[in-house]
Every structure is written in C-alpha cells, then in structure tokens.
Write a protein that binds this ligand. Structure first.
Ligand code: ATP
Length: 322
C-alpha cells in the first residue's frame, strides 16, 4: 500500500479543491493512504500535515480557494530546505507527492524528483501560463469572473458614455485578458505579448468616437510595462481623446468564487490521472489536457516549453472590434 502526500502551492485557483478531492478519493479507492499537507511547501517544512479520509474532501468540490491552504516558501528553494522536506515526508512514510500549483511549484516538484522522491504536478493557476497544457485549473472560472465584471461595467459605461479600462490578472501571460476580452466584446485588448502603443490605442478610440460610439471597454492585462499603468493610459485618453475614462482593477476577486463545471471536471480528471501515474510507479511527470485528452509529460520538458500566444485569436479580436 502506497502513501501519497498532496499539497497546493503558489497562487490559489478555483478548482484546486476539486483536484484535492480527486486525488484523495482515487488514492483511497485504490487502497492508498493519503496525507494532506497544509500551506504548500511551507507547511511541509513546518510538519503541518494530517491524514485525509473520504469525508475530509466531502462538500468541497464547489468551493473556491483551497482547503489545504497555499503559500510561497523561499526555504524550499534551497537544498537544505528540500532535504528537510524529504526527511519529514519519510518520517510519515509518505512514498510520493502530488503538487497542485503553477510553474514555480512544479520547479519544487522537479527538484524533489531529482532527489529521488517521486512527485507529480497538477497545473492549478488562473494564469493559464503553461504551454504543455491547453488549460490550467482555475483559468475558466477566472475568465468567467472577468466576463461577468465586464458585462456589469459595460452597462454603466454605456449609460454614461464612458471609456472603461478593466485591468485583469495573468502576470506575464495575456490569456486571461485575451479570452475575457473576446467574450466580453472589448473594443481594445492589451496584452504583454503583443506590441501596442498608447498612441495606437488613442487612435483606435478616436476612430470609434468618430463613428458616434462614446463608450468603450479596454481590457488590459497586468504586466504590460511598455505603456505604463492603467492610470497612465487613462490620463492619455482623457487628454488626447477627450474621453471620460474610468479604471477598474479587478484584483483578487478573479482568484475566488465557485469553480465552473469546466474547472471541476478538468480538476477531477487531472487528479485521477495523477494518482494513476503514481500507482504505476511514475515520477517527475505533470498532467494536463490537450485536445480534450488528458496527457502526461516529463516535468522538465513541460517547464522548458515557452508559452506561445494565440496571435490568431488576438487578430480576430481586432477585426471584431472595429
Ligand atoms: P502561480 O504562478 O499561480 O502563483 P506558482 O506555483 O508558479 O503559482 P510560485 O510562487 O512561483 O507560484 O512558486 C510557489 C512555490 O514553489 C515557491 O514559493 C517555492 O516554495 C516553490 N518553488 C518555486 N521555485 C522553486 C525552485 N526553483 N526550487 C524549489 N522550489 C521552488
């Protein structure tokens, strides 16, 4: 009988609970023992873990956040820290670990595998910034949260003939801005991957104004350093296009909320596959989804893949928003 440890690490994402549930339930189904490690690698180093049973994960599939809590842990980036972690895992006779998180958390899992401790990664981040998988757990929910906010902002920006700049998360990845911008019918989408100057944005606004359209939604990803902040853009559009501009920074609201059906199903499939891989004696793998098929891949290979931006979708959005 194997003993599996599971933790969530890095930024939390809706659907992480569904993944924990899938890991715990499939592991128990196959006769394994499971330990839930609280607060990611930090909790591991502090020996904050407990055995989980079927009811530990009851009534959580619909809940946002992560019942295991999450954190960032600098100590785990050191060899000393990781040796301490492995010692604790061995103390509890844990044979292998499932890590639910983003690329940073996968780096930790990779390092553990290199030290001979089997680990599997499940992608949980709202950023959708991992190339090897079409979707990460939490992205769909975050996207729907942004779309919901855009719809509400659209109502008021239309009534008052205002321009609204909506800043969304995603760190260095523009997927959340791109997808929610398309679904929300944004007039302009600004992402870190594509060059766009504030002059061009101003020009686009003036063109729509000439057509008699006085309200506009601009979806802007965080991390677009070249054109400055949303407030810098507001200043420019106010001064040069005479627009009445408001800025809405959606912030952490994007990380919360009940996961969508898509995220719950994705998390359930990925969690089940992760356990199957561990039972097959696999290590240093990550699970993901491609063309609606659950796949697994070498963790280092997955981490070495550079995220490609869907330029075709970006160009299409430009056409649809003339
Ligand atoms: P998200 O991008 O959604 O915030 P993430 O998993 O990428 O998620 P990070 O803060 O990058 O978030 O990483 C989470 C934790 O993973 C870190 O705090 C650290 O404990 C561990 N980690 C990151 N990089 C390494 C590394 N190179 N070696 C060991 N552990 C690491």
């Amino acid at each position: 009988m194997k003993t599996i440890g599971v933790l969530t690490s890095g930024g939390d994402a809706p659907g992480m609970n569904a993944a924990i549930r899938a890991v715990v339930r499939s592991a128990i189904y196959y006769g394994c023992k499971v330990y839930g490690i609280n607060r990611g690698y930090k909790g591991l180093l502090e020996e904050d873990l407990e055995e989980m049973n079927l009811s530990s994960v009851g009534d959580i599939i619909q809940r946002g956040g992560t019942v295991l809590k999450s954190s960032r842990c600098e100590e785990f980036k050191t060899e000393e820290g990781r040796l301490k972690g492995v010692k604790i895992l061995k103390k509890y006779k844990i044979d292998c670990l499932v890590v639910i998180g983003g690329d940073g958390s996968f780096n930790g899992a990779n390092k553990l595998s290199e030290m001979g401790f089997p680990a599997i990664g499940i992608p949980g981040t709202i950023d959708n910034d991992l190339e090897y998988t079409d979707y990460t757990i939490g992205f769909d929910t975050a996207m729907n949260t942004v779309i919901d906010a855009i719809s509400k902002i659209r109502d008021t920006s239309s009534s008052h003939e205002r321009v609204n700049i909506v800043e969304v998360m995603g760190r260095h990845c523009g997927d959340l801005a791109l997808y929610s911008g398309i679904a929300g019918g944004a007039e302009t989408i600004i992402v870190p991957e594509m060059e766009i100057s504030s002059d061009e944005i101003t020009q686009r606004l003036k063109t729509t104004q000439k057509r008699g359209k006085r309200h506009s939604i601009i979806v802007m990803a965080e991390g677009v350093e070249k054109i400055g902040s949303a407030n810098d853009l507001k200043k420019k559009l106010t001064e040069e296009a005479g627009a009445d501009v408001r800025v809405t920074v959606l912030g952490h609201v994007q990380r919360g909320g009940s996961p969508t059906a898509f995220d719950r199903i994705l998390a359930s499939r990925l969690g089940s596959r992760a356990v199957e891989l561990l039972l097959d004696g696999k290590s240093a793998r990550v699970v993901g989804i491609r063309d609606n098929q659950i796949i697994d891949m070498d963790i280092q290979e997955a981490l070495s893949m550079k995220k490609t931006f869907k330029k075709d979708l970006y160009e299409m959005a430009k056409v649809l928003s003339i």
